[in-house]
Design a protein around this ligand. Structure first.
Ligand code: WTA
Length: 630
């Protein structure tokens, strides 16, 4: 098996991946089960945003995640499911059990009319059925589109309609700490505007007697009983769609990123094993929700294809108390722990006893993902959780990249606090200046682009290849543009500095400012809105909205809570603005463009130097905005 044993090894492999990318990746791809090997490793054209890997290769990813492990690890735990309530028992699902559950679920989907190529919307909490149904889709060649179960009805219906899903898999509800959320109610509302959905499969999880719409809804528990535990895997082309996952855009609606079978499998497996240096028998825990790419690639596909034991956590870090993560690490003797800076920052604020009362000695490697990790959080994580002996693997990547791009290799790459360090083999970053030229050398800063394809990159935006091209391949023609800014230090190490577009990252979740603005504008009192991010101690970035109302609001607090409610309803609670400032105008240029640079400064509380404001239509609004800053 391909591995990276030393720094020299990393450099050698990196060089090979650049000089002979096809040879490099075909060696790694050869370690998997293929029904038929590829004819050609790679064909690509970044000008047309066209990329294909392992051309004419045939496979099924579930044969690699499940079947091939049966001979050697049937009774090994594949998934440890840790429930919301620590007083309840965790569930250990072996590879054999997982295989059977997935097969059964696949047959259940088939019996409910799902065929190869159909899109299946999945709106479930972090329960084992979520893993079963994702893999079941992959087994029969259906395309899963998982929607994070914290999104609103409106977000669900937009995604269902965009992907043309005819079936939705959900549950009666979910637990989140001491709260219960009625997921089925959200689905019922969502489906009022999804005329093409003819079937809903409902897992009764929190109770019995879910509201059932006759003819459309069936119960998971009834259906699964009729299904057999043997379902032959569908033969998929390497470039057939595996899933769609939506991510926010800097303008317009969320984008349905399309990932395909072959390259995604090879890359998520390779990066999981090498970056974390996963060793046979270790217990690995990624705290993300499977509704995000991190959960897709690094709770399910990467670890399972590697035969790992992966923890799936239903709960939240703060309930019943701030020791929840540490308790679960102790309970399951977790060796590799992978979480987000926002979680680290909130845990850091809790009294230290919550950490101290648990035995964390099983930990070997720590990981971070979702946003830049600040140095303070990095050191706290290192000292208190890793006890100074666990490398922190800061993984920079995106929904679009499918897998890790820039990250240290555990115990190989020398670390620097808060730096994502070096590109993984196969990844060719380019730092670009404002005029679109690649900046050479070190000690530089610019925009991060990637100049060569890697196997798990998204292939398109579902139903809109032009938007894919425009969003990612037009800023720097011939290169993939990430939307992030970065610095490259004197040793060639990368520090990601954050988004340079109108996407903000709130508690590790990508949100488009345009999306939030249009949700706020739905309030009848609101005339126009501009949203920017501002530094937030826990969330990384908070949401600051500048709102113009038709009439000067009389009860500002009441209106603020109505606006928050509106956003929560239209997008989901994660998109609620932290601060809402009512203004009478926005700083616009003569051509009508909002100068967000100024608003960002105000939101940051730094109004000492707002830069050039002479091009503004009405420079006076700036004084008013400054005076009313929150
Ligand atoms: C940011 C999550 C700095 C970045 C996997 C990226 C990071 C966006 C890091 C993608 C990191 C993610 N350091 N920034 N380690 N990881 N980001 O699509 O701005 O939810 O473009 O994918 O998160 O977020 P997404």
């Amino acid at each position: 098996m391909h591995s990276i044993a030393s720094l020299q090894d990393y450099h050698d492999q990196y060089k090979k991946s650049i000089d002979q990318p096809e040879a490099f990746w075909s060696e790694i791809a050869n370690e998997f089960t293929w029904r038929k090997k590829w004819d050609k490793v790679l064909a690509w054209d970044f000008n047309n945003a066209d990329v294909k890997w392992f051309i004419n290769g045939k496979l099924n990813i579930t044969e690699n995640c499940l079947d091939r492990h049966l001979a050697t690890r049937a009774n090994q735990t594949a998934i440890i499911w840790e429930p919301n309530n620590p007083a309840h028992e965790a569930k250990h699902i072996t590879y054999k059990q997982l295989f059977e559950e997935v097969n059964r679920t696949a047959n259940m989907l088939k019996a409910n009319g799902v065929k190869k190529g159909d899109r299946v919307c999945i709106y479930l909490p972090m329960i084992p059925e979520l893993a079963y149904v994702i893999l079941a889709c992959a087994r029969i060649g259906a395309v899963h589109s998982v929607v994070f179960a914290g999104f609103s009805a409106k977000s669900v219906s937009d995604r269902v309609n965009d992907a043309g899903c005819k079936i939705v898999i959900t549950s009666d509800g979910s637990y989140r700490g001491d709260k219960t959320i009625n997921l089925k109610g959200i689905i019922d509302t969502a489906l009022e505007s999804c005329p093409d959905v003819s079937r809903v499969i409902v897992k009764e999880y929190i109770g019995k007697g879910a509201a059932i719409k006759e003819g459309r809804d069936v119960l998971w528990d009834d259906e699964i009983q009729k299904a057999s535990a043997q379902c032959d895997a569908e033969e998929m082309d390497a470039e057939d769609m595996l899933f769609i996952l939506y991510t926010s855009g800097s303008t317009g609606r969320p984008k349905g990123m399309v990932h395909t079978c072959g390259g995604y499998m090879v890359y998520t497996n390779y990066t999981f094993r090498t970056t974390f240096q996963y060793q046979e028998g270790q217990v690995y825990w990624c705290t993300a929700d499977i509704g995000w790419i991190t959960g897709h690639s690094y709770i399910l596909y990467g670890p399972l294809s590697a035969g790992a034991t992966t923890v799936m956590f239903e709960g939240v870090p703060s309930w019943p108390d701030w020791g929840r993560f540490w308790q679960a690490i102790e309970r399951h003797k977790v060796n590799i722990f992978y979480t987000a800076p926002t979680a680290i920052r909130s845990l850091q604020q809790a009294p230290p006893e919550f950490v101290k009362r648990h035995d964390l000695s099983s930990l070997k490697v720590l990981g971070s993902v979702g946003e830049p990790i600040n140095e303070e959080a990095w050191h706290w994580y290192d000292e208190n959780i890793g006890k100074g002996k666990c490398p922190i693997i800061d993984t920079w990547w995106q929904t679009e990249t499918g897998g890790f791009m820039i990250a240290p290799i555990a115990n190989v790459t020398k670390l620097k606090p808060a730096l994502a360090t070096l590109p993984l083999p196969g990844v060719q970053p380019a730092v670009m200046n404002e005029s679109g030229l690649e900046i050479q050398g070190n000690n530089i800063e610019g925009r991060l682009a990637i100049k060569f394809p890697w196997p798990s990159m998204a292939r398109t935006i579902y139903g809109d290849h032009q938007r894919f091209k425009d969003t990612y391949f037009s800023t720097f023609p011939g290169k993939y543009f990430t939307g992030d800014g970065c610095k490259r230090d004197d040793e060639g190490y990368y520090r990601i500095t954050g988004r340079v577009d109108d996407i903000i990252i709130v508690s590790g979740h990508n949100l488009g400012t345009a999306e939030i603005e249009s949700a706020i504008d739905e309030h009848t009192a609101v005339c126009e809105t501009a949203v920017v991010g501002f530094p937030h101690d826990i969330k990384g970035q908070g949401i600051y909205a500048f709102v113009i109302c038709y009439d000067k609001p009389r009860e500002e607090e009441k209106l603020r809570s109505e606006i928050k409610e509106k956003v929560s309803k239209i997008i989901g609670p994660i998109a609620k603005p932290d601060k809402i400032q009512f203004v009478s105008g926005l700083p616009k240029t003569r051509s009508g463009k909002i100068m967000r640079r100024i608003l960002r400064k105000v939101a940051e509380g730094d109004t000492s130097n707002l830069g050039d404001t002479t091009t503004l239509l009405d420079p006076n609004v700036v004084d008013e905005i400054k005076a009313g800053a929150l």
